[in-house]
Design a protein around this ligand. Sequence first.
Ligand code: SAM
Length: 268
Amino acid sequence: MVNSHSHGGNLASSSSSTLRHVSVFTMTTASRRSKKRRKLRKQEVNIRAKFRATKESRPIISPKIKKYWLQRYSLFSRYDEGIKMDEEGWFSVTPEEIAVRHAQRSVGGGVVVDCFAGMGGNSIQFASLGYHVIAIDIDPRKVEMASNNAKIYGVDNYIDFIVGDFLQLAPFLKGNVAFLSPPWGGPSYKNINNFTLDLLKPVNGYTLFQVAQTITPNIIMFLPRNVDVCEVEQLSWLSSPPLNVEIEENYVHGFLKGKTAYFGNVAY
Ligand SMILES: C[S@@+](CC[C@H](N)C(=O)[O-])C[C@H]1O[C@@H](n2cnc3c(N)ncnc32)[C@H](O)[C@@H]1O
């Protein structure tokens, strides 16, 4: 353990030297141990402080939206970077994976009119593909949040946000694709067996579709999973000649989240 040979001399001096070395060794080990303990304590304090800070900066989650908050990264993958949402936004934003799909399907969508922009879930994905987006919402606070969210994704330069009523603005707009993600009437839509188009807000689906046609015949509608598919197909007959129509189911992690109807050139 201790090399007494290097010291030479008699046994007494050698053993005292050994003792000195042992005590030096013991002190070194003890001080190393206490240094380690101090380091561990410091780490523990840091971890506790970090935990407290995250807890304090965590938004207040009402029981109503807890379920949606748990899915926050499937709504916005960059949620932690400062995404803003209000209560309605939590249950009405289009899940990111589906919004990406909508954008990919908007072939030829030089200008996309997002008629019910909400938290910007769809507008952000249209803009991410380089389309120019006109994003409309009637609620100024939602437009503020959507604009903040678009900045986080670095696409705010591609989006013109407008606070207003889509029904009144539509006659003054032109675009390559009109995207409709109207309110479904809150989470209770799930309890309906057959969701008919008259249940859509702010007006029934037929009127919405006709108003959207003043912008372009290339229309995408994001609808509840329990929507009456026959009624959706009938919308294509509101145009003369009838528009191509295609309806797809949208799943996230194996759960059916909604159905999307594509009309005109965006239908396969
Ligand atoms: C289902 S949410 C849209 C969600 C959006 N796709 C997203 O990913 O965030 C419907 C939005 O329509 C807005 N809205 C309701 N009536 C409107 C109207 N007449 N004109 C424009 N926006 C309206 C609501 O404020 C709400 O934000």
